[in-house]
Design a protein around this ligand. Structure first.
Ligand code: SAH
Ligand code: SF4
Length: 391
């Protein structure tokens, strides 16, 4: 079945170290402690060692054990023998006219995913991927035309953030005061893949991104976007606690079934129930409803009015996304006038309704355009149209 959940990679704590050096990036503090003990670090020192190594890796961006000067020389040499500090490798980088950067990075197995950095006034957002491809087949999404290859590990997820820090040259220098104005200030899990079908790895990676001694981003600056994996929404609140965005995109089950096929499993009513229960730290922490504007499909005045009715009682902001076209896409973008009229109806009902400015279009970095050109597993135009119920 196209939208069957894939098996989760549960992080098991190894009793014995596997062959070859272990990558420390992406391990939780507990898991790091276990691997250090398994490799000979005395148990009573392990917690302190984790703290020290953790800070070098995530706070200072160090990849070389030799630089970790608060550890003894002998211990550093031992670490270098048994462990590595590895992040995805940059294959190519493109910079848009508007400053948006897109990197193609390679992960183990030779697979590739895309990472996008969007600079804004006084801040900057990194859009990261959670899977190579996607099990879901949203008919307007370029990634949806690429079959799922595999889940990213926690190290590969947080590694995208570390790679971007490298490229932006934004690692602080030891001893320097903490810089409050960062180029990379926000993370959105809006790249390739469905983050809630890779829950544990996404959670562990985001915990590192939020860690006080790690990458130090506030949970309010991390937004996870889901197509609507209802059973995992409550867990997201409890175990990650980040902001939530949901790819809503339609106001009737009939249309949503076609646009976001996971709707056939958890329909609009089930999704809204889960969203109503999503606890928020403060009232200002609204749920973002993402709504892609597709000409003649979901963009009528009636849709706008239905949307307002549906979300009643949910503290929400509606993010309208002009459809980003890609070769072979079975839809076109709504006109600017239509998008504005739709936005006004929502705004007049008391909701913020920002229209997302497409960024990095010239380098195919805009929402939903990501797809590694190198992946062979593609679907034909005909298959895409047939799955969208258009064929
Ligand atoms: N899989 C997750 C997150 C990745 S997509 C999800 O579906 O929510 C991030 C956002 O971009 C989603 O709202 C998605 O529906 C939207 N999107 C996908 N393709 C798009 C396209 N071609 N144009 C505009 N937005 C698109
Ligand atoms: Fe997957 Fe999200 Fe694209 Fe749907 S919109 S196919 S869930 S990446």
């Amino acid at each position: 079945m196209a939208d069957a959940p894939i098996t989760q990679d549960v992080l098991t704590i190894p009793r014995k170290l596997p062959e070859g050096p272990v990558n420390l990036v992406g391990l939780t503090r507990d898991a790091m402690r276990e691997v250090l003990i398994a490799s000979g670090t005395p148990e009573k020192q392990a917690k302190m060692r984790v703290g020290q190594i953790w800070q070098w890796i995530y706070q200072w961006g160090v990849r070389d054990f030799a630089v970790m000067t608060n550890l003894s020389k002998a211990y550093r040499a031992e670490l270098a023998e048994k462990f590595v500090i590895e992040i995805p490798e940059v294959v190519s980088k493109q910079v848009s006219e508007d400053g948006t950067r897109k990197w193609l990075v390679r992960i183990a197995g030779g697979h590739e995913v895309e990472v996008v950095y969007i600079p804004e006034e006084g801040r900057g957002t990194l859009c990261i991927s959670s899977q190579v491809g996607c099990t879901l087949t949203c008919s307007f999404c370029h990634t949806g035309t690429q079959k799922l290859v595999r889940n990213l590990t926690a190290g590969e997820i947080v590694g995208q953030v570390m790679m971007a820090r490298d490229d932006l040259d934004e690692w602080p220098v030891p001893g320097a005061p903490k810089d409050e104005t960062r180029l990379l200030s926000n993370i959105v899990l809006m790249g390739m893949g469905e983050p809630l079908y890779n829950f544990e790895n996404v959670r562990d990676a985001m915990k590192i991104a939020m860690d006080e001694e790690g990458i130090q981003l506030s949970r309010r600056r991390i937004t996870l976007s889901t197509s609507g994996v209802v059973p995992e929404i409550e867990r997201t609140a409890n175990e990650i606690g980040c902001q939530l965005a949901v790819s809503f995109h339609a106001t009737t089950d009939e249309v949503r079934d076609k646009l976001v096929p996971i709707n056939k499993r958890w329909n609009i009513e089930a999704l809204l129930e889960a969203l109503k229960a999503y606890p928020r730290g403060r009232n200002s922490e609204r749920i973002t409803f993402e709504y892609v504007m597709l000409h003649g499909v979901n963009d009528s005045d009636e849709d706008a009015h239905r949307l307002i009715k549906l979300i009643e009682g949910i503290p929400a902001k509606i993010n309208l996304i002009p459809f980003n076209e890609w070769p072979g896409a079975p839809y076109t973008r709504s006109s600017n006038n239509r998008i504005r009229a739709f936005a006004n109806i929502i705004y007049n009902a008391g909701y913020a309704s920002p229209i997302r400015t497409p960024r990095g279009e010239d380098i195919m970095a805009a929402c939903g355009q990501l797809k590694s050109a190198t992946e062979r597993a593609r679907k034909s135009r005909k298959e895409i149209a047939a799955e969208a119920g258009l064929g």
